[in-house]
Design a protein around this ligand. Structure first.
Ligand SMILES: Cc1cc2nc3c(=O)[nH]c(=O)nc-3n(C[C@H](O)[C@H](O)[C@H](O)COP(=O)(O)OP(=O)(O)OC[C@H]3O[C@@H](n4cnc5c(N)ncnc54)[C@H](O)[C@@H]3O)c2cc1C
Length: 362
């Protein structure tokens, strides 16, 4: 993995810096992996994508940036690739891949998160296109996104639409924020009689549920590539601290209670890497990843939280100081158990694929 290419990444700052950081990743060709040449990509593998994301995580140590680029990639770039008409690909793809425009996806609403069937945002068909009304919440890359793939119902059929930040009747806000992944901008999307032309529908009417599951499957499979890079750095910090910190005339790590925690952190990290690589192997062999991505997301987010708790605990009270970047990772890990579908939802998916659990009529 090469770290050099990410050395010049601008430090986190205001909203404009958040935009610059995503654009910098695009300049490093981060959005060209696993995409065919005719669509502007490298025609390489998902494994190469995973390696690059890990290198970014190790270098930037910023879960917010990892969240942002994954929302852009799986929320916009890949849905355009998979469901876009030739006209839509021609119009948007090159700009998304080059970072000229920033994207994301808007599924969640104030009253509907895990249960996508409960979404209430509506699209009404007109002679020239659609009028959208609704309210989306916790949308990554809002307000810096230029476009979002927004999910709404036409006559109760969940469907997808391309919404531009400057469309009439659209308002992207900068809140509410959550305490994890804070360098990613986040906000609400308000749609009040938002008028769009007919060529902004993405995919078929009624295909929304399948499109959401497809986007989330990819996000669950690969978002932990970047986070594994951050956890690699986290582990190195803890090992260094355990060697340098003296307790009872010996280094902290010589106490088995500490060294065992570190050993467990190593096993968790490598297990996440194995899971992410397995998802890449399946995708590169054109196999389904529904089960593997749910298992990856469940294992990786719980492992990230446990390792982040262990890391700050090993550092004692200095681990809990505001300036300690390892402290922020605990909040990031809590957020990771929720975004792209919570741990409970991953368990529901895994159980359903095993022919049991919620919804199974035995
Ligand atoms: C950092 C971050 C970034 C995000 N980015 C985006 C984004 O870009 N786009 C977007 O659309 N959304 C985004 N979200 C929203 C996220 O997808 C939702 O928060 C998530 O799906 C959970 O929905 P909810 O918060 O409404 O919780 P709820 O669905 O209300 O769930 C509350 C609790 O109940 C549990 N629960 C719910 N249903 C079940 C069930 N059937 N069985 C057992 N337990 C259940 C959940 O696991 C959770 O613990 C983001 C969230 C975070 C934290």
């Amino acid at each position: 993995m090469s770290l050099d290419e990410f050395q010049q990444l601008p430090a986190p700052g205001d909203i404009e810096t958040s935009r610059q950081r995503i654009k910098f990743c695009a300049q490093q060709q981060l959005f060209k992996h696993a995409i065919a040449k005719e669509n502007g990509g490298f025609a390489d593998s998902f494994q190469q994508l995973v390696d690059k994301h890990q290198a970014l995580g190790l270098s930037c140590r910023d879960s917010g940036l990892i969240l942002s680029i994954n929302a852009h990639l799986w929320g916009s770039v890949f849905p355009f690739l998979t469901y876009g008409s030739s006209e839509q690909k021609e119009r948007w793809l090159a700009d998304l891949i080059s970072g000229n425009i920033i994207g994301g996806h808007a599924i969640t609403e104030p009253q509907a998160g895990s249960d996508v069937n409960a979404l209430t945002t509506e699209a009404t068909k007109t002679d020239t296109g659609f009028v959208l009304n609704g309210h989306k919440r916790f949308i990554t890359n809002t307000p810096i996104a230029d476009i979002l793939v927004v999910y709404a119902k036409i006559n109760n059929k969940l469907s997808a639409f391309i919404i531009k930040s400057d469309d009439p009747g659209v308002n992207f806000t900068n809140s509410p924020n959550v305490t994890g992944c804070t360098s990613a901008t986040m906000g609400d999307v308000l749609l009040q009689n938002c008028v769009i032309p007919a060529n902004r529908q993405l995919g078929k009417t009624g295909a929304g549920n399948m499109m959401i599951q497809h986007a989330l499957e990819l996000e669950r499979a690969f978002i932990f590539a970047g986070i594994a890079g951050i956890m690699d750095w986290q582990l190195k910090q803890v090992i260094r601290f355990s060697r340098e910190r003296q307790v009872n005339d010996t280094h902290l790590g010589s106490h088995q209670a500490i060294s065992h925690k570190i050993a467990e952190m190593k096993v968790r990290l490598q297990s996440i890497q194995l899971w992410v690589n397995e998802c890449a192997r399946l995708k590169d062999n054109k196999k389904r990843i529904t089960l593997a991505s749910a298992q990856t997301k469940l294992f990786a987010s719980e492992a990230f939280l446990q390792s982040s708790l262990d890391a700050v605990h090993i550092m004692g009270s200095s681990g809990l100081t505001e300036q300690n970047p390892l402290n922020q990772l605990v909040q990031d890990a809590m957020a990771s158990r929720l975004f792209s579908g919570s741990s409970e939802i991953q368990k529901n998916i895994i159980a359903a694929l095993l022919g049991t659990g919620e919804g199974f009529k035995g």
